[in-house]
Structures are given as C-alpha cells and as structure tokens.
Design a protein around this ligand. Structure first.
Ligand code: NAP
Length: 254
C-alpha cells in the first residue's frame, strides 16, 4: 500500500505566483510557518518591495524564501522561474498560482487589447504555469490555481474576466487526469469577491453592497478565509483532484 503523499509542508519547496501582497503573500507567510521553502513571485516592478517584505516575513515565520520577478504570460519566463526554483531548492513540492487581472465592463465595450491582456494573464499564464509545474513538481506534489466564484454566477459585465478564468477548470481537469500515476493533486480555488485592492476599482458603492449581501454574513470573502483551503489542499486534502472549490460564504454555488 503506497504511503499517503505529502501531508507535511516542513522543508517542502512551494512556488507561489503573484505573492507580493494580498492573497499570495498571506499564502507564503502561512506556509512558511509550517516550515515550507517559498518562492515568492512578483511581476510588476512596483511589487518588488512587497515581495521582499513577504520574503522577510517568511523567514521570520521560520521558513526559507526568496523573491523572483517574471511576467508569467511569457512562456520562457515561466520556464526560467521553475529553473531557478529547482536550482535553489533542488526539488519542488507544489505550485500555487494566484496571478490574475480583472476588467468589469459590458461586453460591447471590451476592446481587443483588453481581451488579449485578460486572456494572457488569467488563461495563458495559468496554463503554462500548470504545464511547467507538471514537469517539475515531485511525485505526490500539488498544483493549485486561483480562479473566481463568478464561474458559478449568472451575471453580466464580467464576460472577459470570468470568461478568461473559465478555461482553467478544463486545464485542471485534464492535467489532474494526466497526472494520476504520479499522485499529484491538481485543483482550483474559486474565492468569492475578496476584500483586497484588486476588487474595489472594478466596483461601485451599489455593487459592493450587493456582493456583501450575497454571502452568509453580509461580508466580502477575506484572504484569511481562503488560505486554510490552500494549506489543506497542499496537505491532508490530497485526495481531491480535478476539482474547483467555491470558497465564498455562499456567494455562488454549483
Ligand atoms: N479580490 C477579489 O475580489 C478576487 C475574487 C476572486 C478571485 N480573485 C483572484 O484571486 C487572485 C489574487 O487576487 P488578489 O485579490 O490577491 O489581488 P492581487 O494581489 O492584485 O493579485 C493579482 C496578482 O496577479 C499578478 N499578475 C498580474 N499580471 C501578471 C503577469 N503578467 N504575470 C505574473 N503575475 C501577474 C500580480 O502581480 P503584480 O502586481 O506584481 O503584477 C498580483 O500579484 C487573482 O487570481 C484574482 O483573479 C480575486
């Protein structure tokens, strides 16, 4: 009977995409406290300071960490990030990709440039990070991607955001099946509207009130509500694979 894979994060290398602040940063800091060795990825030059602060917080929490910059919409950059991860840590246990971008507009107003940018960050980068993770993650490892609870919503104005996250469900189901023999769990987490600066620029007072009223306690999802799911799926939750978990206080269900 094979041993149950990966139920401790102590000494395990974890790549976190989009980790300079908000959800990605809290994931790093939490896993560092479990003894994980973090790769703290950031993209924009303005995120460098946040990434460095996240590295320091990881070290203070008892983990190892280093920061790395990359535009994950470019496949050679994705490969470089994983090369550097393997060079630094010698192995890779898990990839957790939180990279994303939102535009909220009626479909008739979406430009070609917005379409291309949204597909690049939400779908293409998710695909190639998963692909490279599948090549590099050790047997018994984990691959997680953050999508959105809008995948279960019947609503307007998010056509290009939800539409660009939607393919990730199929990428995940396919990869999960392809990795059966290696006991690598591949899943998505779909948060509800989260109380981070990512959320507010796309919304107005009325829509914020609506989003809040659509959860069981009248509040937005907090990053602290999502991180325990990440931790669980990377450890004792290994038996779930090919799934999308809606973690949203009841905002949408399916
Ligand atoms: N906040 C919400 O309401 C909400 C709800 C449901 C799902 N989500 C999803 O949750 C995830 C985290 O969101 P958050 O609220 O924590 O906001 P956030 O901190 O702004 O996270 C988005 C991340 O995506 C990264 N990113 C953007 N373009 C990239 C690129 N070309 N290459 C690599 N990384 C890139 C950003 O890095 P740089 O800033 O360094 O470019 C940033 O770290 C996202 O996938 C988002 O779609 C958010």
């Amino acid at each position: 009977m094979p041993e149950r894979p990966g139920t401790s994060l102590n000494g395990k290398a974890v790549f976190v995409g989009g980790a300079s602040r908000n959800l990605g940063s809290l994931i790093c800091r939490t896993l560092a406290a479990d003894g994980a060795r973090l790769v703290v990825h950031y993209n924009s030059p303005s995120s460098k300071e946040g990434a460095e602060q996240t590295v320091e917080a990881c070290k203070a929490a008892g983990g190892e960490a280093f920061a790395i910059q990359a535009d994950l919409t470019r496949v050679p950059e994705v490969k470089r990030v994983f090369d550097e991860t393997l060079n630094a840590y010698g192995s890779l246990y898990a990839s957790v990709n939180t990279a994303g971008m939102v535009v909220k507009k009626p479909m008739v107003e979406i430009t070609e440039a917005e379409y291309d940018a949204m597909m690049a960050v939400n779908a293409k980068s998710a695909y190639f990070v998963m692909q490279e993770a599948a090549r590099r993650v050790e047997d018994g490892g984990k691959i997680l991607t953050v999508v959105t609870s809008l995948l279960a919503a019947f609503t307007g104005n998010y056509s290009i955001y939800a539409g660009a996250k939607a393919p990730v469900e199929d990428f995940t189901r396919a990869l999960a099946r392809e990795l059966f023999g290696r006991r690598i769990s591949v899943n998505n987490i779909a948060p509800g509207p989260m109380d981070t600066p990512f959320f507010y620029p796309a919304e107005d007072e009325d829509s914020i009130a609506y989003h809040k009223s659509s959860s069981m306690n009248g509040e937005l999802t907090k990053i602290e509500d999502i991180v325990p799911w990440v931790r669980f799926l990377l450890t004792d939750g290994w038996w779930a694979t090919g799934q999308t978990f809606f973690v949203n206080g009841g905002y949408t269900t399916r």
